[in-house]
Design a protein around this ligand. Structure first.
Ligand code: ADP
Length: 398
């Protein structure tokens, strides 16, 4: 069975076509600048050169139409006809409390996803556009929704409730939801395989460190707590997001800088994080370079990022009666040898040791703790698209 995985952002659309016989990607690409000038679709049939189609795309439906036509193009295509695609899997950001698992999309499911727009106004609308476009263009192909929040629905109330008046939870659904769930779940399952520990017995701290970053305490294979909250803003210091701050700073800043709620939200999401501290970049490679050249604020941003990661790992270890491994994934976690080394060094008081040679990997699965380490350290490259494709196959096979 071939599965097309679609991940719609506000002005972009990432896609991968996978052959589930061997779980290999056969084509992939990206539509960018949807709805704005300079729109283009990048397409790569694996093994061939990437092609770029520059064409105005007024909305996601036009983008998906171009993607589908390219995938079945007689010259560059990866399939002879769209009939070969057995199902479509969509990444959907917010499933709220309605979805603890991936689900086959029908009218009722679509309505529930729409109901969550209220708590995910930036994220769910493009996902919905993607689903509706595919429904029009491929009406007979089953579609599955995989939610970033689903894996975290096992978090117990004591860890998801905020200490606000309880009626805000009841009336406005304000609670911790957590995000990056597909990634945390994928690396948890891989760690279970790699370490040879049953999924329902494995305890981990999984660190998804990319542009967006979150850490999850995994207890018996299930999410027990995670650093992101009601939105993906809470928790770690990220590329451009502030993560945890004293909430009293928000009204203070609104008054001092004369900012509206929208403006302060924009500052916290787009102008903060390591970019805000350093004034250099949100990209960790730029920060590494600037710090190496003596830029003190770039160094401060990196130190603050690592310090917050270590604090969260420490906090989550207290939730687990033992820990089978600390897993590093996503752009920084998979690729930054230095960041992993610094984090391991900062965990030395817990008996964690590092094998520098084994840590010398980028983007490959590895166990990089020292022989005598109290907790194993692992690098596991995430693969959210594969997880979505697996879920899509599972739910549509019959
Ligand atoms: P997202 O999916 O959240 O956009 P990614 O998981 O792709 O993010 O991570 C992107 C981040 O990974 C960027 O900030 C980039 O700097 C960082 N990154 C990629 N490669 C390296 C590397 N070799 N060293 C340090 N950071 C890296």
């Amino acid at each position: 069975m071939k599965v097309l995985v679609i991940n719609c952002g506000s002005s972009s659309l990432k896609y991968q076509l996978l052959d589930m016989e061997d779980e290999k990607v056969i084509a992939k690409g990206l539509a960018e600048r949807i709805g704005i000038e300079g729109a283009r679709v990048k397409y790569e049939k694996i093994g061939d050169e990437e092609i770029v189609i520059e064409k105005p795309m007024e909305n996601h439906k036009v983008a998906i139409d171009i993607v589908l036509n390219t995938i079945q193009d007689p010259e560059h295509g990866a399939v002879k006809s769209l009939d070969e695609i057995g199902a479509i899997g969509h990444r959907v950001v917010h499933g709220g409390e309605a979805f603890a698992e991936s689900v086959l999309i029908n009218d009722e499911v679509l309505k529930a996803i729409k109901d969550n727009v209220e708590i995910a106004p930036l994220h769910n609308p493009p996902n919905i556009m993607g689903i509706e476009a595919v429904t029009e263009l491929m009406p007979n192909t089953p579609q599955v929704a995989c939610f970033d929040t689903a894996f975290h629905q096992t978090i117990p109330a004591e860890n998801y409730i905020y200490a606000l008046p309880y009626e805000y939870y009841e009336n406005h659904k304000i609670r911790r939801y957590g995000f990056h769930g597909t990634s945390h779940q994928y690396v948890t399952e891989r760690a279970s395989d790699i370490l040879g520990i049953d999924l329902d017995k494995i305890n981990l701290v999984t660190c998804h460190l990319g542009n967006g970053a979150s850490i999850t305490a995994v207890k018996n294979g299930k999410s027990n707590d995670t650093t992101m909250g009601f939105t993906p803003l809470e928790g770690l210091i990220m590329g451009t997001r502030c993560g945890d701050i004293d909430p009293a700073i928000i009204p203070f800043l609104m008054e001092k800088e004369n900012l509206s709620a929208d403006e302060v939200n924009n500052v916290m999401n787009k102008k903060s994080g390591v970019l805000g501290i350093s004034g250099v970049s949100s990209d960790f490679r730029d920060l590494d370079q600037a710090a190496a050249e003596g830029n003190e604020r770039a160094q401060l941003a990196l130190d603050a990022f690592e310090s917050r990661v270590v604090k969260s790992i420490g906090a989550y270890l207290t939730q687990l009666d033992h820990c089978d491994g600390i897993v590093f994934t996503a752009g920084v976690g998979e690729n930054s040898i230095e960041t992993r080394a610094h984090i391991a060094q900062k965990l030395a008081s817990l008996g964690v040791t590092l094998d520098e040679e084994k840590n010398n990997v980028r983007g490959k699965e590895a166990i990089f703790s020292g022989e005598d380490s109290s907790i194993r350290l692992l690098v596991i490259p995430t693969n959210e698209e594969l997880k979505i494709a697996q879920e899509t196959e599972r739910l549509t096979q019959n």
